[in-house]
Design a protein around this ligand. Structure first.
Ligand code: F3S
Length: 365
């Protein structure tokens, strides 16, 4: 973090101003509710310095890893420079705007100069799929289960690596939140910056457009067994009952909060569990106006803005095991926080938190 603060302050002190509209990725912490997150003073002070430097250069204080679900949403074909892996995969694939996979700080340079190199995913001919994966034997009803999409994305990312791959077999009416979960998982298990879902994403309306020279003869399949294997590998270590449940990786949408309220009803979270949800300031204001926030907070769930689900101040908490609905979170949890993790659906997370006993419904039920 020190290098990032130093870089931002140096840029701001040198008169750096963002030449194009610039949004901010999550801070590591909740800048508006630091006491609720038990943020130590030293970390808060560095975060404030980072905040001040970027605001001085003209950034919008969006602080979100899901910038595509609020405010300044790019349009199809627009050239942009984004620097968060789930957002890059989503905006390239689902919206069809064009960004390379910018590393931290190179995105800042792009914002100051208003320029990017004309290469990679900015260029039409580099956006074609060279591989096809085909979903096979996954029962139709399973696509209604939000648990499927993070796992599907995880398997797809493992297979695709850094290739641009297409996927056949996703129902056309897939929800935006499921595409968000797929993008985040694929970009965490592979270096996926762009994917094409046949009949779903805008650059792949059908197989012929996606593969003008003919459908690849060798199209590996994704099967229920591969999904089960990913599920088993993402549920790491021994964990009888989580003491931290985290949703919002990537940041939760209004629709996801509505579902959360539905799952919670008027019940309260068990006293032995911290239940956290991460979102953007924009979505936070919307759920406040819709009176969803009141209902959620009354149950004992804490809603954080600005921060990253994996970057909370670990030294201020003494958790032993985490649970989440995000495959990206599960993939990075142990390496980032030292906690074993349980991957489940949001409904399972709620039932576990309320009952104080681990609940994890079978995936294919
Ligand atoms: Fe967002 Fe942090 Fe997850 S940046 S996608 S909450 S790892």
């Amino acid at each position: 973090m020190d290098a990032g603060v130093e870089f931002a302050e140096k840029m701001a002190a040198s008169g750096g101003i963002f030449a194009v509209p610039t949004q901010l990725n999550p801070a590591s912490i909740d800048l508006r509710h630091p006491e609720m997150m038990r943020v130590p003073d030293a970390l808060l002070e560095k975060s404030r310095r980072l905040e001040n430097a970027y605001l001085k250069m003209g950034a919008m204080p969006t602080w979100t890893c899901a910038p595509y679900q609020q405010g300044l949403i790019p349009s199809f074909g627009e050239q942009i420079a984004w620097g968060e892996s789930n957002a890059i995969a989503f905006v390239n694939s689902v919206i069809g705007a064009r960004t390379e996979r910018y590393a931290d700080l190179t995105d800042v340079c792009a914002a100051i100069t208003g320029r990017v190199p004309e290469l990679g995913l900015h260029v039409t001919e580099n956006r074609k799929a060279d591989t096809l994966f085909v979903i096979q034997d996954i029962p139709e009803h399973a696509f209604n289960n939000p648990r499927l999409f993070p796992l599907l994305g995880f398997v797809f990312g493992e297979l695709a690596g850094d290739r641009i791959a297409a996927l056949e077999g996703i129902p056309e009416q897939v929800s935006v939140d499921n595409l968000k979960a797929f993008s985040a998982a694929a970009a965490s298990s592979g270096a996926v910056g762009l994917y094409h879902m046949i009949g779903v994403t805008p650059e792949a309306p059908d197989i012929d457009t996606c593969f003008p020279n003919g459908k690849p003869k060798d199209a590996p399949v994704i099967t229920p067994e591969m999904i089960d294997s990913a599920d088993a590998r993402l549920n790491q270590g021994e964990c009888a009952m989580p003491d931290l449940i985290t949703l919002g990786c990537p940041h939760y949408s209004v629709d996801e909060f509505k579902l959360l309220v539905h799952y919670l009803g008027f019940r309260k979270i068990n006293s032995g569990v911290e239940f956290w949800v991460f979102t953007s300031r924009c979505v936070y204001e919307q759920i406040k106006r819709l009176h969803l926030l009141d209902m959620i907070e009354r149950s004992g769930v804490k809603v954080f803005t600005d921060g990253c689900a994996l970057q909370y101040p670990k030294e201020s908490w003494d958790f032993s095991c985490a649970m989440s609905d995000s495959a990206k979170y599960a993939n990075y949890c142990f390496s980032q926080t030292g906690l074993n993790v349980i991957l489940a659906g949001a409904r399972d997370c709620v039932e576990t938190a309320v009952s104080g006993q681990l609940r994890r419904a079978p995936l294919w039920k």
